[in-house]
Write a protein that binds this ligand. Sequence first.
Ligand code: SF4
Length: 447
Amino acid sequence: MEKAPKLSLSEYEKNFDEITPAFSKNSAVLEANRCLYCYDSPCIKACPTHIDIPTFIKKISTDNLIGSAKTILESNWVALTCAKACPVEELCEGACVYNEKGEQPIQIGRLQRYSIDHYFENNMPELFEQKESNGKSVGIIGSGPAGLACAAELSLLGYKAVVYESNEIPGGLNSWGIAPYKSRQADSLKEVALVESFGAEIKTGITVGEDISFDEIFRKHDAIFIGIGLGNSQSLNIPGENLVGVVDAITFIEDVKQEVWTNVDVGKKVAVIGAGNTAIDAATEAKRLGAEKVMIIYRRSEKEMPANDYEYELAKQDGIVFHFLTSPIEIMGEDSVTGLKSLKMELGKEDEKGRRVPIPIADSEFEIPVDMVISALGQKVKKHFVESINDLQIENKLILVDKETFQTTNKRVFAGGDCINGGKEVVNAAYDGKRAAHGIDSYIKSL
Ligand code: SF4
């Protein structure tokens, strides 16, 4: 692989610096005072965790920052990560009434961050009542946003929550999957510490099914919550996939997230295959690591691309080149990648999901010179894992749950986050985990 030259440390730090900086006190109060405290608050409805946004903003304007943080955390246990990584323009800020007036919406994400930063900087004062221990225990598999939210809520309800995490550093997607210019691992670890402060135990470096058997966790706990996210990107299934320089997007993003920038090699010319948010993250990170040219290769058109508008804009600002209606058919090279043979596509009729099917154009083969290929074709639930648990029903390759209780078809097992929704936002996983805790509580009380 022809590698891009390494940058200086200060260049890496600049490239991965936060794109949305923190508010100063004055700017936060000014922004909070713009809020109209709307009686029907469309922003609350648009937030998947239904944070009482006008109330927490009002508390900022009266300098009651701890009260503001309490209002936020009551609805969302991973509120710092969400404040930094949520697609706010599609959620709360997108619903703010200021949009209708043609004015800038209230910067809800930045205000939320302002309050939560203050809470962590003041050593997480005790704000929440905790019920007495009820002697029951719940095993939680995965310490990502769904698992953490479930553990926090169960701990406050009086349960012993034990979280099993295969990685040595907990936090799941929040610690490992979010681009560093949005949120750092240190942010995620503050949220882990908050959950631990409620008495939840987080066992890292423990893979369920390997280091502890499924039988044992079923023996040890009254109920189980699965918040395992998804596996690596799907295989490209084209020749050349094993050449040096072909990497999986999830692995690449995790490597970058270690924040030892010089340890991550990147090609001079990089092709990222896929056009979801993960693909965009991988592309922008490759560019910020020093790649000269980064291309997104997508077989449908701009209109069908799954990445949200904000991510798309960010990628264009970073100079990412988009090859739409292009489908790779072979990765070229002897030992390492030298090019990507592709076909031009056109769109045919809609499939059963309503998306137009890409059809190859005859004699349209061409080669794109590249040194590195990052596969970001979407992820699936870890099949071998879910098959190890009795009676779990899978639907559309995801774990099937009751949408109210988050109970699976195995009554003792609950699930939430990406493994039930195929990969939504952190905030959706946070909601699932919290709701599932109440589903678990009702189930255990009914026994
Ligand atoms: Fe404030 Fe906008 Fe929400 Fe209205 S919609 S309460 S102005 S943040």
